[in-house]
Design a protein around this ligand. Structure first.
Ligand code: HEC
Length: 452
């Protein structure tokens, strides 16, 4: 975990190089898996007429292994959600808490998938036994003879989709729990508007809770519609209970979510607000309204036909909430980057000013000057000899009492003597400029009267 943290959460420079290959690898895995699924689905469809049994077999391969789906599909997808932003922005994302949550979630998802497979198999077996007991109803025989078993596959797809919804729902609910557990992170949520601190954190909690519950309700509805079609008898008390539960979850969450979203418009810092995100709130509220009404409509069995529309509305509302969240986040990070850049620039200027002041006060370091001279000047200059540049004996003297001008020349050499090419900028630090100039002046004064 510590290693993962260093790579993903707070990438150390030594691990940054790994991000690219890791992202590429995960993409490769995901793309091959998706490609494989598509190929199998296509193959199964094309075999449907001529070789129904083979088509059936291929179709079952498609959804056969929850482990494969988890390892080759969901896991790379989840890793990519963290790897990609790191790779693109190279910043420290707040990925830590999410990684912790994900680890747990994948365990739960895996267990749920395993259980789901078991349930479906058990149901299929029960049906088979029933079919076998009925000698005359050949036309009712399912699966193998009718080729591609749409019912079977779609109910499994519903199960998997419900699982994804549950996962996202859990994700939201756990994020509320994590946030409650780590009060020190609250400041991050609201550092931009301290006076709204507690209000915003509370809204954040409530928002996540509502979305989590909305999704949980949607997941149960989906299961009722598609997956447990045959597993739970139509008029059983379990079914009634699940119906009521899902409607209550969706109804209450959508009822709560609408005012929360509107309130959020007021508490989100203005720079994070775009016309786009305001429009999304309006759309979401407009979708949430009929969702609440439908979910609340009647407790009788007849209201079950609303399940489909409720599910669709709940999903639509969640999508818009997601998109809006992203748009607000984008606004915040844009602003954050600007603020950071501004702070960094101010800080840099402070440092530069401080250094300048230090160098101005301190004695120029002649020893350093000699070193710079030997390393950086002697390629083109001698004291008494013309090389690429003029002999120092002939030029340094004119800077006597004008040390600042000498600094200026070395800092940024201007064209002086038409007999010479221009001197390239040696790119020295301020300290080195002062040192080498001091050395030149001192050495030049020693040479006056000395051997020319
Ligand atoms: C790549 C060659 C090259 C290097 C390296 C070089 N110089 Fe020069 N330097 C020249 C040339 C050419 C001139 C003449 C420029 C002109 O007259 O326009 C010159 C001129 C000068 C002058 C005379 C300016 C004037 O007012 O006439 C000074 C002083 C000087 N260099 C200092 C330095 C110092 C100090 C360094 C080392 C940090 C250095 N140079 C490194 C090529 C070089």
């Amino acid at each position: 975990m510590a290693f993962i943290e260093q790579i993903l959460v707070a990438p150390d420079t030594q691990y940054l190089d790994l991000l690219g290959p890791m992202t590429g690898f995960m993409f490769g895995v995901l793309a091959s898996y998706t490609g494989l699924l598509l190929a199998l689905a296509g193959l199964s469809l094309s075999l449907q007429r001529r070789r129904p049994v083979a088509a059936q077999y291929v179709a079952s391969l498609w959804l056969a292994s929850p482990t494969a789906m988890l390892v080759l599909g969901l896991l790379p997808m989840a890793s990519l959600t963290f790897l990609l932003p790191q790779l693109l922005h190279g910043t420290q994302m707040r990925a830590g808490s999410y990684m912790e949550i994900l680890d747990g979630l994948f365990l739960v998802s895996f267990a749920a998938l395993a259980v789901s497979r078991r349930l479906v198999r058990a149901q299929a077996k029960r049906e088979e036994v029933q079919e076998a007991g009925r000698p005359s109803t050949i036309d009712h025989r399912p699966s193998v003879h009718s080729g591609f078993n749409v019912q079977h596959v779609s109910s499994e797809a519903a199960g998997i989709l419900a699982l994804v919804l549950t996962t996202i729902s859990l994700f939201f609910l756990t994020s509320v729990a994590t946030l409650a557990w780590h009060p020190e992170r609250w400041a991050f949520e609201t550092s931009l508007l301290p006076w709204l601190f507690s209000v915003q954190v509370l809204t954040h909690f409530a928002n996540h809770l509502a979305v989590g519950n909305l999704l949980a309700g949607a997941a149960i509805l989906l299961l009722l519609l598609g997956w447990w079609e045959t597993a739970i008898p139509e008029e059983s008390s379990e079914r009634n209970f699940l119906h009521t539960l899902s409607r209550a979850l969706v109804g209450v969450s959508s009822l709560v979510l609408a005012p929360l979203l509107i309130w959020d418009l007021y508490t989100v810092p203005s720079f994070a607000l775009s016309p786009w995100s305001v429009a999304l709130v309006v759309v979401t509220v407009a979708v949430l309204f009929p969702t609440t009404l439908l979910a609340a409509a009647g407790h009788s069995a007849s209201s079950r036909r609303f399940a489909g529309p409720i599910l669709a509305l709940a999903l639509a509302a969640t999508c818009t909430v997601f998109v809006r969240h992203q748009s607000v986040l984008a606004g915040v990070s844009r602003e954050h980057t600007t603020v950071l850049a501004r702070e960094a620039e101010a800080r840099r200027q402070q440092e530069v000013a401080l250094q300048e002041r230090l160098y101005q006060k301190g004695e120029a370091d002649v020893t350093l000057g000699k070193k710079v001279f030997d390393e950086r000047c002697t390629a083109c200059h001698r004291w008494d000899q013309k090389l690429v540049g003029p002999p120092f004996d002939s030029v340094v003297g004119k800077y006597a009492g004008r040390i600042d001008d000498l600094h200026a020349f070395i800092r940024n050499p201007a064209k002086v003597n038409p007999a010479y090419p221009p001197m390239p900028n040696p790119g020295l630090k301020e300290r080195e400029i002062r040192a080498v100039a001091a050395y030149l002046v001192e050495e030049s004064s020693k040479r006056v009267g000395g051997p020319k």
